[in-house]
Design a protein around this ligand. Structure first.
Ligand code: FE2
Length: 346
């Protein structure tokens, strides 16, 4: 479980932590044992370690020796940090499988979103409607790299040349247009998942104040009548994850060629469960300290930079962020500076 699950406690505890504080399981305080100061030195938590990264507490629960905390780029890069969270009533693995299903973007976030816009009177983003001409999946050091060629693009575009990874076993790295995001799926139990969208905003030409921890907020996915809220991107994904049921029945499914990524992910889970059963490390285990682990991720997304950044904020879970306007201003200002620079150089 990579997080302390109580945000209230988290905020209080966090305020007294330095950036790389490491908890070794030592007992630091025994208020009722004030007369016996040595007692706390004789007791120690045997399992688990915790560290601070990206303004969050990460907890390792597993056998010794504990691995290094993987310092993935999004959590340690400079920028304006923002983190939306919600608790969802479904198994975390069906969310992971969605990460290796590129075609859903075109249909769920493209055509369905467009239908929502037409029937509810708003403009849905156009970049998501581009047809997938080709998709590719490849095993890499941290999980599965996902690529696509969209209509009007070639293999020279970032969507194919760079792609972005599912980071095994519970992340997906996405981004583009000056936004970098890690999607985190924390299994609370078999039918409950804590779903976080951790974003870092650092557009070229942008200016911001240093920030130790993200702005945290809850995003919403059900209205007062209990219906899914599907007029934003992640709300559409949540509808697809949760409506499969608490644990989707995989004995009744028919995988097609477009499900190659799902098949690859299931194979990866089975192989790594075997490794763990044999006492070996699963993929992605870090044993040597590293300051930053860069992950591949497109910069130019769907060939729609400015529209993509704006849609990411206003038509995604970030629309619930208390700093939404500041984020929009940051990207607009950065865009204007880049334009001015390009104009001056022309
Ligand atoms: Fe999606």
């Amino acid at each position: 479980m990579p997080y302390l699950p109580d945000l209230g406690v988290f905020k209080r505890v966090q305020s007294s932590l330095s950036r790389r504080t490491v908890f070794e399981g030592n007992c630091v305080e025994q208020p009722a044992e004030a007369d016996n100061q040595n007692f706390r030195d004789r007791v120690k938590q045997k399992a688990g370690k915790a560290q601070v990264m990206g303004g969050m507490i990460w907890v390792y629960v597993g056998p010794d020796p504990a691995p290094e905390l993987p310092r993935f780029d999004v959590f340690v890069m400079d920028g304006v940090k923002d983190c939306g969270y919600a608790t969802l009533p479904c198994n975390w693995l069906q969310i992971m499988e969605n990460s290796v299903d590129p075609h859903h973007v075109e249909w769920l976030h493209g055509y369905y979103f467009n239908f929502m816009g037409e029937t509810q009177g708003f403009d849905a983003p156009k970049a998501f409607q581009k047809k997938h001409l080709k998709t590719g999946f490849e095993e890499m050091e941290w999980g599965i790299l996902k690529r696509r060629v969209l209509e009007g693009a070639t293999e020279e575009n970032d969507d194919w040349k760079v792609g972005h990874p599912l980071v095994f076993p519970y992340f997906m790295r996405v981004g583009g247009a000056g936004i970098d995001q890690m999607q985190i799926r924390v299994p609370i139990d078999d039918t409950t998942t804590w779903k976080l969208f951790y974003s870092n905003h650092a557009p070229d030409g942008g200016q911001w104040e240093p920030q130790d921890r993200p702005v945290f907020y809850e995003y919403f996915w059900r209205d007062e009548q209990g219906r899914f809220i599907t007029d934003y991107i992640e709300g559409q994904d949540i509808m697809a994850w949760v409506s499969q049921g608490p644990v989707t029945d995989r004995t009744q499914e028919h995988l097609g060629r477009s499900d190659a990524g799902v098949a690859m992910l299931r194979k990866m889970f089975k192989e790594n469960m075997k490794r763990v059963a044999n006492g070996e490390d699963p993929i992605g285990t870090v044993r040597e300290p590293r300051d930053i682990i860069p992950l591949p991720c497109e910069r130019d997304k769907f060939g729609a930079e400015r529209e993509f950044a704006e849609a990411f904020i206003t038509m995604g879970s970030m629309r619930y962020s208390p700093q939404k306007q500041q984020l929009l201003d940051l990207h607009a200002d950065a865009w204007a500076r880049r334009e001015a620079k390009a104009g001056a150089g022309a």
